[in-house]
Design a protein around this ligand. Sequence first.
Ligand code: GLA
Length: 374
Amino acid sequence: MKTVSKYIAVFGCLFLTIGSAHSQQDVQTFKSVFKDKFYVGVAINRQQAMGVDKKEQDLIKQYYNCISPENDLKWENIHPAEGTYNFRPADAYVEFGKQSGMFIIGHTLVWHSQTPDWVFKDAKGNDLTREALLARMKDHIETVMHRYKGIIKGWDVVNEALNEDGSLRNSKWRTIIGDDYIEKAFEYAHAADPHAELYYNDYNLNQSEKRSGAIEIVQQLKQKGLPIKAVGEQAHYSLWHGTDKEVEALIRDFINVGIVVNFTEFDISVLPDKGASTTADVANTAKYEERLNPYTAGLPTDVQQQLADRYGNIFKLFVKYSDNIDRVTFWGLSDRNTWLNNWPIRGRTNYPLPFSRDLSLKKDVVAKILQAAK
Ligand code: GLA
């Protein structure tokens, strides 16, 4: 009897070992099912880059083959004062990416937001001249890109230069330098790392008016012989906006002008909009009201089903047009730390991502996304 149970134990163990090795290999994740189509990326925060929670890093490595830095390569963090660069967090981000074999994205070089005021001012507090601001922009681009040359493979060179009607936003970059600040940024970036992919990144390109502005930027850069590899549509959508029809029209328009389109900050808010969040302008905020935060006790199954369907349908479009899409990146790993808990209204409980607050998978959402690959 003793021997028999020993045999059972040994066989049982063997079976379990083989079984688990097998299922490890067979686990289908975003990066495995879409690997012949496009990268699937995730924006990571500083704690994740530094490995504070090992489970988060494991999920990132298991599901994704590309990373973007949520904040640590933005000007205010990497270059907080004149002559002062703070590379430590960005170094950790890049190191994590290298060690885990990720396609590493740089986000972002030239943007009006999260850029300190000093960037645009001289020692007396007056606006810089065009030449002085160009010199500062060039120094920043060179310093940051040289440090990660050959390691960061793609850069959001300019972020959010457009108004909703497709005209150029009157940022300090534009008012001081002029409309050609975009060309200059691409020129400096290309010189700093000729092998890096360079992108123009913005939100709401699913709206045709705004998209026409992005197309103009692409055409002007191409006319000047400046290499732009792709346009990034941030894709901060919700259950109600960023419809399949709009997303398809967006992709087709970029195919027509001969430019790759990446989906670079994808998330789908499930909370009522109140108008504010149909634009991803970070300056566009609204006041907290309880009725705008209905799911503090959990996401109802039918709403999660809607989320799963939205993700599934949009991923089907990504697959259909995968020849013209290099990358789809989620803006954040899980609902625990999505920016949408605090924007456009602070302190809400949102559920926009494939992983829940406790890092468990939303099985129906993930299943719909994976099915889209077939
Ligand atoms: C914009 C920026 C991102 C990020 C999000 C909100 O989309 O491009 O870097 O700030 O807003 O997190």
